[in-house]
Design a protein around this ligand. Structure first.
Ligand SMILES: Cc1cc2nc3c(=O)[nH]c(=O)nc-3n(C[C@H](O)[C@H](O)[C@H](O)COP(=O)(O)OP(=O)(O)OC[C@H]3O[C@@H](n4cnc5c(N)ncnc54)[C@H](O)[C@@H]3O)c2cc1C
Length: 405
């Protein structure tokens, strides 16, 4: 408690303090010496979208290119091997984004000349809206806007064992390449056996680069499992698919049920479904399985619960942003986020797989469909009618309220 010394002492004390303050202001330097370490860490971990420029482009398979970036203004944010970044692009009238796993290692992003890479696989027949754009048009020195690294697909020593079997399909190899590099550098402490499914050697992404890591580091092993009947096999390669027998063979003690192996899976949706069946068949407990998100089903009309009769319907969505209202066309068979982006309405998104919630918005009116597999909404979101627009399809005219960007 402050002791009152008496009126005169208090008044003269206040005058002395005021004088000292004025003196301090007069002598103060122009630069801001105030450092806020908590905000500094928060900003480093969760930066606003930032600009990067392309510094290197390499072909890493006949259909895939690795793009390496450096930050334009600031240093690169911290990330974990296995994280992804969301790349923003403008193609025609569409402003959109796609997530790409970071395929370089976290240690390479540190320091003044730090960099990070993504590896983009060209889309096949009629697909590849963004991937083909990046693959065909991105040049050295081009700049792009990128969202902070994100995702839950990384090794966590409190949770995961030090014996990891990574199961990859197609471009799902990219986060494992980042992990393998970090292990070889000595900054991640676990053993990684990658079972990598491809059609043939021609389709393997980062093959040469993976071979090199395997040669340098005995904690990383890569087994290619090739499904094309005519695929030529190297001595260690396996033919067929990544079946439960293959998974068992490369698990610690060949005991997937009771052993310690943690399984990390990254690949296209059909592969997830198949591998999940194989792991269930081996009675692997759920706590030892980690799955990366990898988009939504290409054809929503084939998903259980979707009312097939509205498959080709077109609806109107009224989009409320503050006091502004726009009415846009949307199709029953495309996620609401795609309809927004086709009309040039910017909405934040990271995973585009229903998981992260960055594209969350409130439904004011209307019916919609969310496939069970990608419905990651919280209980409160369901109760108060919030949706993740990347995994939600309109089933009637709708009215939604989105955040102004
Ligand atoms: C966590 C994560 C990590 C990933 N990492 C990688 C990786 O390392 N390498 C890699 O190659 N891929 C990766 N992917 C996949 C990648 O994000 C893209 O899905 C992939 O490149 C295909 O996108 P696309 O636009 O080329 O394909 P498309 O199949 O053409 O399009 C996909 C979506 O875009 C929509 N679309 C089509 N036309 C338009 C339009 N005019 N306007 C707006 N939207 C439109 C489609 O409706 C569809 O929903 C990753 C995905 C996830 C979720």
């Amino acid at each position: 408690m402050t002791k009152i010394k008496g009126l005169i002492e208090d008044i003269s004390g206040a005058i002395r303090v005021t004088k000292k303050r004025e003196e301090a202001f007069k002598n103060a330097k122009d630069e801001n010496l105030y450092v806020d370490p908590i905000n500094q860490v928060a900003r480093a971990l969760h930066p606003s979208p930032f600009l990067v420029k392309v510094i290197k482009i390499e072909d890493v398979s006949i259909t895939s290119r690795m793009f390496t970036f450096q930050a334009v203004n600031n240093t690169l944010p911290i990330f974990q091997a296995g994280n992804y970044v969301s790349i923003r692009v403008k193609i025609g009238n569409t402003v959109t984004s796609r997530p790409y796993s970071i395929s370089s290692a976290p240690y390479e992003a540190r320091g003044e000349n730090g960099f990070f890479s993504i590896t983009v696989r060209r889309g096949e027949d009629g697909t590849g809206f963004v991937s083909n754009y990046l693959y065909d048009h991105l040049k050295i020195q081009d700049t792009l806007e990128v969202e902070m690294p994100f995702g839950h697909f990384y090794f966590e020593s409190l949770r995961d064992s030090k014996d990891i079997v990574g199961i990859a399909g197609g471009s799902g190899i990219t986060p494992f390449y980042s992990m393998a590099k970090e292990i070889a550098h000595g900054t991640l402490d676990y053993n990684l056996t990658i079972l990598y499914g491809s059609l043939s050697h021609l389709d393997i992404i980062l093959e040469k680069e993976l071979d090199e890591i395997e040669r340098k580091c005995d904690r990383v092993k890569v087994i290619h499992v090739l499904s094309d009947e005519n695929a030529k096999l190297n001595p260690e390669d396996l033919k067929g698919y990544i079946s439960r027998d293959v998974i068992k063979k490369y698990s610690i003690d060949q005991d997937p049920k009771n052993g310690k192996t943690t399984y990390f899976i990254c690949g296209p949706l059909p592969m997830y479904k198949y591998i999940k069946g194989e792991l269930d068949g081996l009675n692997v407990p759920k706590r030892r399985i980690r799955m990366e998100v990898f988009g939504t089903d290409k054809d929503v009309s084939k998903i259980e619960g979707f009312p097939i009769e509205v498959k080709n319907e077109q609806y109107k969505i009224t989009v409320v942003r503050g006091i502004k209202e726009d009415v846009i066309d949307a199709y029953a068979n495309e996620p609401i986020i795609v309809a927004l982006e086709r009309h040039g309405i910017l909405i934040r998104s990271l995973c585009r797989s229903g998981e992260c919630g960055a594209c969350r918005c409130k439904v004011l009116e209307g019916e919609f469909f969310i496939p069970k597999d990608v419905d990651y909404r919280r209980l409160a979101d369901k109760r108060f009618n919030y949706i993740h627009t990347c995994s939600c399809y309109p089933l009637s005219d709708m009215k939604i309220k989105i955040t102004i960007l």
